[in-house]
Design a protein around this ligand. Structure first.
Ligand SMILES: Nc1ncnc2c1ncn2[C@@H]1O[C@H](COP(=O)(O)OP(=O)(O)OP(=O)(O)O)[C@@H](O)[C@H]1O
Length: 265
């Protein structure tokens, strides 16, 4: 029930994201303390824990926003510990909602095309990417069309992003991530600030379109985590307390009492 158990044999080949001894200190304070994660291809992994447990810091280390004090991060076997966030996205290794921007003055299709082009032409300015001839770029139009269909955005493909309903805008935000065809999607509290209905709609969207995707989610919302996760890692004081299926985590007394506020499956 720890990540060490999937760090062997054939399963290791399927590990897309791995952190080894990942540690972040701020002065004498250790926010993330020797964290080992092994996230398999197609897995939906959530990271939970009480306030100050180190979730956001761990997320920042994986996304590249922060540099670890110790330890390594590999994505698809490549050591990305010293790569910048842009390099990690440009290398098509990971993508988070925090790195996406919806351009309100552009159509849904144009927004998706920009995101799709970002993967192949990450070094270009947004304007150059947008106005570059997409017919000349193999795969970009195809990826845009695929995302339009997968997310049910085809009916609003030519609508300006500023005119979208709330739900369609959320779909577009997910679409911008998927348009880069990332190996791993990083999600940082995607339902923060949402109403109950909006959260339910977002959960349904994730279940619908992120089912095959490798995802790492950092989240406070326990209901969301229990519904969408294949496995959950619980952190406390920067250390991994337990990793397991939602059922295993819900049945773990330490986790239930300390982190889930009495949640029962
Ligand atoms: N830049 C920083 N400098 C100093 N201490 C920091 C810094 N960033 C985070 N910390 C500390 O590290 C600890 C972990 O913070 P982090 O934000 O990662 O926790 P969290 O689990 O995401 O918490 P929350 O659920 O409240 O968002 C906290 O005690 C925080 O005060």
């Amino acid at each position: 029930m720890t990540d060490a158990t999937d760090a062997t044999g054939a399963e290791a080949e399927e590990t897309v994201l791995r952190t080894t001894g990942l540690t972040k200190r701020f002065g004498a304070f250790t926010a993330v303390d020797r964290v080992d994660l092994a996230v398999d291809r197609g897995e939906f992994r959530s990271v939970i824990g009480p306030n100050g447990a180190g979730k956001t810091t761990l997320f920042n280390l994986i996304s590249g926003a922060m540099t670890p004090t110790e330890g390594t991060i590999t994505l698809s076997g490549a050591d990305v510990t010293d790569r910048s966030p842009a390099e990690r996205v440009g290398a098509n290794l990971a993508r988070s909602f925090q790195l996406t921007t919806v351009f309100n003055g552009l159509s849904v299709r144009e927004n998706l095309r920009l995101a799709a082009q970002a993967r192949d032409f990450g070094g270009m300015s947004a304007a150059r990417r947008l106005f570059a001839d997409p017919d000349g770029f193999e795969g970009i139009n195809g990826r845009t069309d695929t995302v339009l269909d997968d997310l049910g955005l085809r009916p609003v493909a030519d609508a300006q992003a500023s005119d979208l309903s709330y739900g369609d805008r959320r779909r577009l935000e997910v679409g911008l991530v998927l348009a880069t065809d990332p190996e791993v999607v990083l999600l940082d509290e995607p339902t923060a600030g949402m109403s109950g209905d909006e959260t339910d709609a977002t959960i349904a969207l994730f279940e619908d379109v992120l089912a095959e995707q490798t995802v790492v989610l950092v989240e406070h919302n326990v209901d969301l985590v229990m519904r969408v996760s294949d496995r959950i890692t619980t952190l406390n004081a920067g250390q991994v307390v337990a990793t397991g299926t939602p059922e295993e985590i819900a049945a773990d007394d330490r986790v239930r009492d300390a982190y889930l506020g009495g949640y029962t499956a």
